[in-house]
Design a protein around this ligand. Structure first.
Ligand SMILES: O=c1[nH]cnc2c1ncn2[C@@H]1O[C@H](CO)[C@@H](O)[C@H]1O
Length: 348
């Protein structure tokens, strides 16, 4: 596995399912928490954070996630967080990422939509300057906040239209938050050229994935792992090549899946469902994108050739324009060739 870890570390990647606040480093979260000592349950001590991010179930995860969101109250924090997240993506050899941002949650806490968008755009151009990484935004509706949040999210997306904005999503709990109610907002977003990437089939069954496809026009599904329960849906995803953005460790840490041995990733791949591998909320789940590639390699019994295909899939399922896709696929090819050129055996 040692060779694979080293290989994965430098393998150029695209990440398609990673959350903005969920990626805030323990250093940033602890610093933010120290400002609101006594009014937040979030520890101001980095070492205590790992323990804090131990979730009894998905609902508990969302509760603690929102406790962290609560600490972010000015545009400078948005800039710093976004720039630092880009630095960590760079350390994971990510060359392109579609970062899921939830502007409504920040606007609700007093940050103006325009200031929010300026901050993330400034971070995006600084990250490109410093690390050559290409960021795009998915603006998602926090589903637990319902129709008003959907209205606000669509409005800020279309009023501000930051250069990096490429897709429109739906996050938060699925239980008690039916997808079809958001159809009018996805219809407008798609008509305006935003790509549809709602979460579904993470903590509820296959029906939410059907709803995401039929009501929200999903082109990719966030998680979608519970699709495995419905053979017709599995066939539909495979026949129509609708990719699932799979985040293995997230599913374990939120208790959406009991153990890795029971994770449906291998069954989905065997059925021809296209997948990408992602980290979701890496510091909260004690993981990194490279580690998620290693987990997928274990579950799918992949060698260096196989994990290279995972990286290519991330590019192919991205919304990056053709020129950028070809350039990133060429980077991956060059990396693979150089790796073997140093005399390593691809059969590892
Ligand atoms: O794995 C996940 N599933 C669903 N929502 C998530 C996940 N990770 C982070 N969020 C975020 O939780 C917030 C809820 O208001 C949203 O911002 C959503 O993007």
């Amino acid at each position: 596995m040692g060779d694979l870890t080293e290989y994965i570390a430098g393998l150029p990647k695209a990440e398609l399912h990673v959350h903005h606040v969920g990626s805030a480093s323990p250093k940033i979260v602890a610093e933010l928490a120290s400002r609101y000592e006594g009014t937040t349950t979030v520890p101001a001590d980095e070492t205590k954070l790992a323990e804090y991010f131990t979730f009894t179930d998905f609902r508990h995860f969302i509760e603690l996630y929102l406790n962290v969101v609560d600490l972010i109250r000015d545009p400078q924090d948005i800039y710093t967080l976004t720039y630092e997240v880009a630095g960590e993506l760079h350390r994971q050899a990510v060359r392109y990422a579609e970062l899921t941002c939830t502007p409504y949650s920040s606007m609700k806490r007093g940050i103006q939509g325009a200031a929010y968008c300026e901050a993330i755009e400034q971070a995006r151009s600084d990250a490109r300057r410093d690390w050559g990484i290409e960021l795009r935004w998915c603006f998602d509706i926090p589903g637990e906040s319902g129709i008003y949040a959907a209205e606000q999210t669509l409005q800020v997306a279309l009023d501000q239209r930051p250069d990096g904005l490429i897709s429109f999503g739906l996050g938060g709990p699925e239980i008690g938050v039916p997808r079809p109610q958001f159809k009018p907002f996805f219809d407008v977003a798609r008509a305006e050229g935003l790509r549809s990437v709602p979460h579904a089939g993470e903590t509820t069954g296959a029906q939410t994935v059907w709803d995401a496809i039929e009501a929200l026009g999903a082109e990719r599904i966030g998680h979608g792992i519970r699709s495995i329960e419905d053979p017709k849906l599995v066939d539909y995803l495979a026949d129509n090549q609708i990719p699932l953005e799979v985040c293995p460790t997230s599913n374990i840490r939120t208790r959406a899946v009991a153990t890795l041995a029971e994770h449906p990733l291998a069954a989905l791949v065997a059925a021809g469902v296209p997948i990408s591998i992602n980290s979701d909320d890496p510091p909260m789940f004690g993981t990194t994108l490279c580690r998620e590639y290693a987990v997928a390699a274990e579950l799918l019994e992949l060698n260096t050739v196989g994990v290279t295909e995972l990286a290519r899939a991330g590019v192919r399922h991205s919304f990056l324009a053709e020129e950028g896709r070809q350039a990133l696929l060429a980077e991956i090819d060059a990396y693979e060739i150089n790796w073997y050129a140093e005399g390593r055996d691809p059969r590892h």
